[in-house]
Design a protein around this ligand. Structure first.
Ligand code: NAD
Length: 489
């Protein structure tokens, strides 16, 4: 298929070497065609053990954690190598993730590759040590120095929906901060990580053991990474259910856990908003990449008096965005990642029907696609905010529309969720907008279409959407320890 795959697709990266998986290989599937693209290396527990040992040795026995200039250079080399091979990576990403082509010039590929610059620059510019001055306690006057140091060995566990974005938003800052890393990518998208192995060994000075990739079709290798006492920190993105297992699995070793989890975010439309703009924007965003985004606003809260107009506008937008071939530059809504994920989405739709919900558009498989894991853009109405379809993350192109009875009610409904990842508010009066911004408990919020996603903008969740922040300086500092040193003054 393309030049990166013969070496990269079927190799693990352990201790600076590309090696086969001890458990053989496993297939990676094109979700738009259901065809097997090829094979990925299948790691065994022994391979994971070797990767952790390599990362531990590289952290403990090399100067990596004390050499920010080397780290900045290596991260830029990785960025440059990915940019030099961006067209091959683009084809892999479209084929393996089912990512619409147009997204690969943004968050599915080129965006996060470019964002490695932010991590490299931080390695050079960050203030690693601060003089706290002198203080006297019990008659002893001391000069205090505050240092920031790498946490150590980081285990990174990632999902399949935006594999490059999530892999690189962890690797860049973790490496910049001086850690060594074992990455366990999702079983559905092994090539997006594995194809970087040869780029790293051939085009970067990243020392052996500093960065290790362990692909596997076995989720238990993630649990192994979480439980291993040689690993100092887990950075995890995935479902809230798995996040709970990660927290529990890390508890015996009091592991630092950084969790980016699920969401069920609300778009709050106030009665003075441009309803057409608010509804179209929200409906469009729920369809992008078939709704497989954790921060999408999948609950649309509209003024009760304008509910029918909002339904009409949402139907118009969703009806104009049918699922299509992700290779096509005009496609917004590609396939879901797998048959399992499509079953899950269809299970939620069947449950909503059984609960008496109105399926206002969509609700099935597109009739013009015989193969591929496609689901029609779907609008659900006639349900309370407490219904399962309005409370649980669907991870498909499904928008739930719910009426509200004024600003306070809209804030209450937005917060009536176990999640708190993102959200939006649409309106005209700045004071009313500000009350919603202040009242909704989420990690990111867009006002009237404002986009918060950027390399310098921390992203993460309140409540059961996670712990910690990814990206920005805050995301970098997740990978640092704090050491306070006192000297006699
Ligand atoms: P998932 O939780 O099933 O799997 C994520 C990763 O965890 C995979 O690599 C998997 O192999 C691994 N894993 C599974 N069980 C494990 C265990 N017991 N211990 C350790 N690792 C384990 O998630 P998914 O289905 O791959 O991805 C979709 C989910 O990810 C959605 O819920 C979505 O909201 C979430 N997500 C969150 C963000 C965010 O930043 N908040 C971003 C993207 C996706």
């Amino acid at each position: 298929m393309n030049g990166l795959i013969p070496d990269g697709g079927t190799a693990l990266l352990i201790d600076g070497k590309l090696v086969p998986g001890s458990a053989g290989v496993f297939p990676t599937i094109d979700p738009a065609t259901e065809e097997t693209l090829g094979q990925a290396a299948n790691a065994s527990p022994a391979d994971m053990d070797a990767a952790i040992a390599a990362a531990r040795r590289a952290f403990d026995e090399t100067g990596w954690s004390r050499d920010p200039a080397l780290r900045a250079r290596c991260i830029r080399q990785l960025r440059d190598a990915m940019q030099a091979h961006v067209e091959e990576l683009r084809e892999i990403t479209i084929a393996e993730v089912g990512a619409p082509r147009m997204l690969t010039s943004g968050p599915q590929l080129e965006g996060p590759v470019g964002d490695l610059t932010f991590a490299a620059d931080l390695a050079e510019s960050y203030t690693w040590s601060t003089d706290l001055g002198t203080a006297t306690q019990m008659g002893i006057t001391s000069r205090r120095e505050l240092r920031r140091e790498a946490v150590g060995v980081v285990g990174a566990i990632t999902p399949w929906n935006f594999p490059h974005q999530i892999n690189l938003a962890k690797l860049g800052p973790a490496l910049a901060a001086g850690n060594t890393v074992v990455l366990k990518p999702a079983p559905d998208t092994p090539w997006c990580a594995a194809t970087l192995g040869p780029l790293i060994t051939e085009h970067t000075d990243i020392p052996a053991g500093v960065l290790n990739f362990v692909t596997s079709d076995d989720h238990s290798l993630g649990a192994q990474l979480v439980g291993d006492p040689r690993v100092d920190m887990i950075t995890f993105t995935g479902s809230t259910a798995t996040g709970r297992s990660v927290m529990a699995g890390g508890a015996p070793t009091i592991k630092r856990t950084f969790l980016e989890l699920g969401g069920k975010s609300a778009a709050v439309v106030l009665d003075d908003a441009d309803l057409g703009a608010a509804v179209s924007f929200t409906a469009f965003s729920v369809v992008v990449h078939a709704g497989q985004g954790c921060a999408l606003t999948t609950r649309l809260l509209v003024p009760r008096a304008r509910y029918d107009d909002a339904v009409a506008a949402a139907r118009a937008t969703l009806g104009a965005l049918p699922p299509g071939d992700p290779n096509n530059p005009g496609t917004i809504c590609g396939p879901l990642i797998s048959a399992r994920q499509r079953d899950r989405v269809e299970g939620y739709l069947a449950g909503a029907r059984a609960d008496g919900a109105d399926i206002l558009i969509g609700g099935g498989r597109p009739t013009d696609r015989e193969r591929g894991f496609f689901v029609e853009p779907t609008l659900i109405g006639g349900v309370a905010n407490t219904a399962t379809i309005a409370q649980e993350e669907i991870f498909g192109p499904v928008l739930v529309i719910i009426p509200h009875d004024g600003d306070a009610d809209a804030i209450r409904l937005a917060n009536e969720s176990p999640y708190g990842l993102s959200g939006a508010v649409w309106g005209t009066d700045p004071d009313r907008i500000e009350r919603v911004v202040a009242g909704v408990r989420t990690g990111t919020l867009g006002v009237n279409g404002g986009l918060w996603y950027h390399a310098d903008a921390p992203f993460g969740g309140y409540k059961q959407s996670g712990i910690g922040r990814e990206m920005g300086v805050a995301g970098f500092e997740e990978y640092l320890e704090t050491k306070l040193v006192a000297y006699p003054a």
